[in-house]
Each structure stands twice: as C-alpha cells, then as structure tokens.
Design a binder for this molecule. Structure first.
Ligand code: SAM
Ligand code: SF4
Length: 431
C-alpha cells in the first residue's frame, strides 16, 4: 500500500511542477513515506533525515516531509525532536501535500496534517490520473481496520474500515490498463472486508473482469473472518482471479489467537482453506505469522509448526512479536528474546523446506508467466507465474507484457529459472 501511496504522492506533486530527481542527492524536496507496523521505523526516519542533513551541510536546506503511519503515530514528537523536518502528513491526509509544500516554500510554520478524512483523500485522488504504467499495478480499494488485534497499530494509524466506490475503482483500473497494465492487485488492510453500498469484493472482481486487456486480478490482504461464500465462489467463476491467496493466520494455537483478539480459531481458518480448495483445487496459500507473542509456550509454538505443515503454505512472512506503543499487547509480559529468536529460526527452517519441496515439484513442468520487464542490458526477462513466484528466462524476443508458456528448469527459494516453450498441452500445467 505504501508503494501505491508513494506513486500517488508523485502524481500529486507533479501538479505543482515537482519532478523526480535523477540522483537522490540532487533533490530539493524529500518525502519519507513510512511504515509503523514493527519497531525501528521511527529510528529509520531520524537516520534518513541525518543522511539528508549531512549531504546538505553548507547548502540550502531542502524541504523534508515525513508521510505515512510513522507521521500519523508520532508526528508531533518527530517535529519537536528533529527541527530539520518541515511537515508530517498522515496516510489519510497526503492529498494535502501540495498545500504543505507551498506553505513551506513560503516559510510558514511547521505543518502537522494528521487528521483523518479518508473520503476527502480519495475525492482529491480521483481527479488526478494514476500515471503508473507498470505491467503489474496496485490499486487501494479499502483502507483501515475495525478488528483491533491486540498487537497491531493499523486501526490507530489508518483509521476505521473505508471502501472506495466500484465506479471510481473501475475507472482507475481502466486507466491503468490503458497505460499498459495487464495485472492489478487490489489492496486493503482487510481487502475482503470491502463493502461499498453492500457491493462486495466479489462484485468488484466481476466488474473489473470485464476490462478486456486486464488479464490477471489479485487481492491482498484478506482476513479469515471476511471470507464470505460469494468471494469463495468468485475463485471458481472468474478465470482472471489468480489461484493464490495471502491469508494471514498469525499463530497455530487457539489460545494465542484468542489472546490476540483475532476473532477466529484454527478450525474456522482451516474451514476457509478447505472450502477454497474444494471450489478450485489449484488454489495455494501464503500467510503471516507472529512468533513469540506474549504467553506463547512451546506447545503453542508446536501447534504453529503443525499448521504450517498441514496447509503447506508456499510462502510465509514471519516476524518476532514487536510491542507497538499504544496497543494492548505492548503492556503484556514479553517472552525472552532468546527463545523468540530460536523459534523464529526453527519456524523459518521448516517453512523454507516446505517451500523448496513445493518448488522442486515445479521443475520440468510448464507455467504461465506474465513478464514485467527486461533486466537492464541483458536478454533476461523477469515475470511472475500464477502463484506470484518470480521467474527469469532468457529470450531474444521481447517478452515484456506478454503471458508466455514457460518450462521451469531450476530454482531456489527466491527465483525460478525457465525457458519459453512454443506450445503447450493444457493438462501439463503445474497445479
Ligand atoms: N490485516 C492483515 C491481517 O489481519 O492479517 C495484516 C495486516 S498487517 C499490516 C501485516 C502483518 O504484520 C500482520 O499479518 C502481522 O503478521 C504483522 N504484524 C503486525 N503487527 C505486528 C507486531 N506488533 N509484531 C510483529 N508483527 C506484526
Ligand atoms: Fe492489524 Fe490485520 Fe488485525 Fe486489523 S485485522 S488489527 S490490520 S492485523
């Protein structure tokens, strides 16, 4: 979502004649777009501002603006502590960035735009063309969260759940496709909680599927409790919807899920997984895990390992619990750092074994790859298969923006390597 926001910030500042600098040292305005989900985010801001300061010693001071969730959560502190920062702008207020820049140019006082009015932001953004021209693009369709997991800052930094209208999303999507996008990833902190006048994510998917030159649709991040039957059905009915779902579970232990206020248990999670696999046997999953949550025992951790093996996630993102100021879990008793680290290493080892086993099964099989770009000065093309796995092939023909049949030859945990094949029998595809 920060990538989407950064692109839109650029679309906004173009209106007041700001352009991208060729070299980072040449900029006269810096926008640090930040994430606050785990610790060290604020330190990173001070560090980056320090680097800018050093570069501009004895030169005219550039404008420095901090946007995103660190600005939202700690804006006043940042302005107070680091005088080099001119403005803090929260994630729901960045449509005001041009006003902020103009005021700073006129040397008015420090600017703190951290009041929420998410609909105002999208009203402004709808009037400014999304100039992204990537083969694979993002669109924010939903923001914020009403779920209040005890460890998470999102409900405080991004605010309550908000969904954009199907019409404005359709329009933005058509423009991206006109610019050359073949794949769109629909974004939201709880993307499947999307609800605009009772029209759900499935309705949006069917609407976007009508755009002829749009070939692939993905969405992220889903919450298990919002996986309604209509969305499950869409995985059967829409051929453009990719069979790969990011479905964070956080822990395999019902006790920990309850302590996290996740609002679902493992049995309910597995039921969603099973319904999706039943409706479309090609579907595979990735997930997020928090390791070492307060109160996590060896038994709880073993339940997480058990779940990892049972679902055979093809990708996982795992993090040691990070206490975030202002969240209920921040005042809970932490487990020892040593134990948490040990468990994370064990978790990642198991997750990587599962991932590698899955990848080995792809070797010598055929996949459909959407190629996104050519590596600079080479004949290597980078793309992604239906499961978002990165694939590299060599080709003398320009593959960019094509969906091409590829035979996978080898691969590691990060990348698969293959060769293009002229024709393909339908039942030879890797499932
Ligand atoms: N809304 C999604 C969900 O409910 O699963 C997740 C969105 S959150 C922005 C992304 C991931 O960051 C979470 O799934 C969680 O694993 C991780 N995360 C959030 N807060 C964390 C914390 N305090 N410590 C460690 N990881 C955290
Ligand atoms: Fe954070 Fe996701 Fe929980 Fe919302 S549902 S509080 S975004 S982890």
């Amino acid at each position: 979502m920060n990538e989407y926001d950064s692109n839109r910030i650029y679309d906004l500042v173009k209106k007041i004649n700001y352009k991208k600098a060729n070299k980072i040292e040449d900029a006269d305005c810096y926008v640090l777009n930040t994430c606050h989900i785990r610790e060290k985010a604020t330190e990173k801001v001070y560090h980056d501002v320090g680097r800018i300061k050093k570069n501009f010693r004895n030169k005219k001071k550039p404008i420095v603006i901090v946007t995103g969730c660190v600005a939202q959560a700690e804006g006043a502190i940042l302005l107070n502590k680091e005088k080099y920062i001119d403005a803090v702008i929260g994630p729901q207020s960045y449509h005001e960035i041009n006003n902020a820049i103009i005021k700073i140019e006129k040397k008015t006082k420090k600017i703190d735009y951290t009041d929420f009015e998410v609909n105002e932001k999208f009203d402004t953004l709808n009037q400014i063309r999304n100039s992204n021209s990537k083969v694979s693009s993002f669109i924010t369709i939903q923001e914020g969260c009403d779920k209040f997991c005890k460890f998470c800052v999102v409900p405080y930094t991004r605010g309550a759940e908000f969904s954009r209208s199907i019409e404005e999303l359709s329009d933005e999507c058509k423009k991206l496709v006109d610019n050359g996008s073949k794949e769109i990833t629909l974004l939201g902190q709880n993307v499947n909680a999307y609800n605009y006048n009772n029209r759900r994510l499935s309705d949006l998917i069917y609407q976007l599927s009508k755009i002829e030159n749009l070939k692939r649709i993905r969405y992220t991040t889903s919450h298990p409790i919002d996986f309604t039957t209509d969305l499950i059905d869409a995985h059967h009915k829409s051929s453009k919807l990719m069979p790969f779902i990011h479905l964070p579970v956080q822990s395999g232990s019902n006790k920990i899920l309850k302590d996290m206020n996740r609002k679902h248990n493992i049995e309910e999670y597995l039921e969603v997984v099973s319904k999706l696999k039943k409706i479309n046997s090609k579907i595979k999953f990735s997930s997020d895990f928090i390791i070492g949550y307060p109160g996590e025992t060896k038994e709880d951790f073993n339940e997480t390992l058990k779940l990892l093996k049972e679902v055979e996630f093809i990708n996982t993102y795992s993090f040691i619990f990070s206490p975030r100021p202002g969240t209920p879990a921040a005042s809970m008793k932490k487990i020892s750092d040593g134990i948490a680290k040990e468990r994370l290493i064990m978790f990642q080892k198991t997750a990587n074994e599962i991932k590698m086993n899955y990848r080995k099964k792809l070797f010598d099989k055929k996949s459909l790859v959407l190629f996104e770009n050519r590596e600079v000065n080479t004949n290597k093309f980078f793309g992604r298969d239906e499961y978002s796995n990165s694939v590299i092939v060599k080709s003398d023909k320009n593959l960019t923006a094509t969906i091409t049949e590829v035979k996978i030859l080898s691969g590691n945990l990060n990348t698969l390597f293959g060769e293009t094949i002229p024709r393909i029998a339908k039942n030879d595809f890797a499932a």
